[in-house]
Design a protein around this ligand. Structure first.
Ligand code: FES
Length: 145
């Protein structure tokens, strides 16, 4: 049911933990399943993500997608990180079962929330970044899978 990559990132998640004095932090949840994800970013003066950590209180797919999402944004600029969509994360994991697609949205939204926090603290604008929501299930009906 799960790809080998999903199982690998679930069993050996990369970048688990938190950062002291992060440049940006984002937390999002999905009230329908009760899962919560938090992402910490360390962004340098060139707006490159030097480090990223996550904590996920959630299902296996949520852990695997957070792990892969952190791998994909590390070393990228804050603008490039915005292009890391849930589809990109799923592709990098060789897919997810349809009922687990919503879990990958949690990873995308948590990164957006952390980028938003960074942008607010540094009074910059990241074009295309929308204000994050705390509960992504409110917007689920509008999402295209
Ligand atoms: Fe909610 Fe996976 S079941 S994030």
């Amino acid at each position: 049911m799960y790809s080998e990559k999903v199982m690998d990132h679930f069993q050996n998640p990369r970048n688990v933990g938190e950062l002291e004095n992060p440049s940006g932090v984002g937390t999002v949840g999905n009230a329908k399943c009760g899962d919560i994800m938090r992402i910490y970013l360390d962004v340098d003066e060139n707006q490159i993500i030097q480090d990223v950590k996550f904590k996920t209180f959630g299902c296996g797919a949520a852990v695997a997608t957070s792990s892969m999402a952190t791998e994909l944004v590390k070393g990228k600029t804050i603008f490039e990180a915005l292009q890391v969509t849930n589809k990109a994360v799923m592709e990098a994991l060789d897919g997810l079962p349809p009922v687990k697609v919503h879990c990958s949205l949690l990873a995308e939204e948590a990164i957006h929330a952390a980028l938003w926090d960074y942008a607010e603290k540094h009074q910059i604008e990241i074009p295309g970044l929308e204000k994050p929501v705390n509960d992504i299930s409110e917007h689920e009906e509008e999402e295209e899978y």
